[in-house]
Design a binder for this molecule. Structure first.
Ligand code: NAD
Length: 260
């Protein structure tokens, strides 16, 4: 029952956000793309997605560190589609460093992109959702929204923060037909993570297979990466009419990581 809905997905030029754009478009959802990247490649993706699934797809380059541009992204979504049915807060960055050496500007950027941007998107999307009496807000948190790992202080703080924002928003709009939930993935083999595998294999003199199982996936009992398909399954559920009863909660798709 997603056909004809509209979705805005922050950070949808790569990885999980891009897979979510493809997944929702395949269900007949019109899409507003966002994120950085090569202009030609983004345009090719936008046009291809629209043609493959016969849906409207637009792109807005808003920088998630800039509140005015974030407002522009939501405004454009509402103008193009006449509604902001689905908001997916997905844009995110990472920095791994001991806290006593953690660069100040990286801390600020991670909090801005991984947490504060969602405050701004939600703030501007809610009036449209309230007017329509329907809304689905999905925040990409992480297993690191539930548990910590060393050397990821800003990321873990931002992801725990988004869990609190998720619950608060859910309570505020619980009677408006709007849900707000978090998805907490374990490791997903996005371009970002794939790059780390090759580098780590070289640095440690291991095969890429060894790096995946013994280094990257050490925390994840299944020792398998979470797939885009795993994540799209829960996304479709959350965005559907059947998802109306689930709000203010999280869905941990992390191969058993936080069960330990
Ligand atoms: P990715 O690097 O492949 O994609 C990140 C996207 O965010 C890109 O489109 C990028 O252009 C965009 N982006 C970055 N800074 C931006 C800014 N200032 N303004 C606008 N867009 C910006 O990463 P991914 O692995 O697909 O991660 C997506 C989300 O999922 C993130 O929130 C991440 O924390 C979360 N997550 C990822 C994993 C994983 O293993 N890959 C696990 C758990 C959670």
């Amino acid at each position: 029952d997603l056909k004809g809905r509209s979705a805005v997905i922050t950070g949808s030029t790569s990885g999980i956000g891009k897979a979510f754009a493809e997944g929702l478009a395949s269900q007949g959802v019109n899409i507003m793309l966002n994120g950085f990247g090569d202009a030609g490649e983004i345009e090719e993706f936008r046009a291809g997605l629209s043609e493959a699934h016969n849906v409207d797809v637009f792109y807005n380059a808003a920088d998630m560190t800039k509140p005015d541009e974030i407002k522009g992204l939501i405004d454009e979504t509402a103008e193009r589609f006449g509604a902001v049915d689905i908001l997916i807060n997905n844009a995110g960055i990472q920095k791994v460093s001991p806290i006593d050496e953690f660069p100040d500007d990286k801390w600020d950027a991670i909090i801005a992109i991984n947490l504060t941007s969602s405050f701004h998107t939600i703030k501007h999307a809610l009036p449209h959702m309230k007017k329509a009496g329907f809304g689905r807000i999905v925040n990409l948190a992480s297993a690191h929204g539930l548990v910590a790992s060393p050397f990821k202080s800003a990321y873990v703080a931002a992801k725990h923060g988004i869990m609190g924002l998720t619950k608060t928003v859910a309570l505020e709009v619980a009677e408006n037909g709007i849900t707000c939930n978090a998805i907490c993935p374990g490791y997903v083999a996005t371009p970002l993570v794939e790059g780390q595998i090759a580098d780590t294999a070289k640095a440690r003199g291991m095969t890429e297979e060894q790096v995946k199982k013994e280094v990257i996936l050490a925390a994840q009992p299944t020792k398998e990466f979470i797939t885009y398909e795993n994540l799209c399954g829960i996304l479709f559920y959350l965005c559907s009419k059947a998802g109306s009863g689930a709000t203010g909660t999280h869905f941990a798709i992390e191969g058993g990581w936080t069960a330990k």
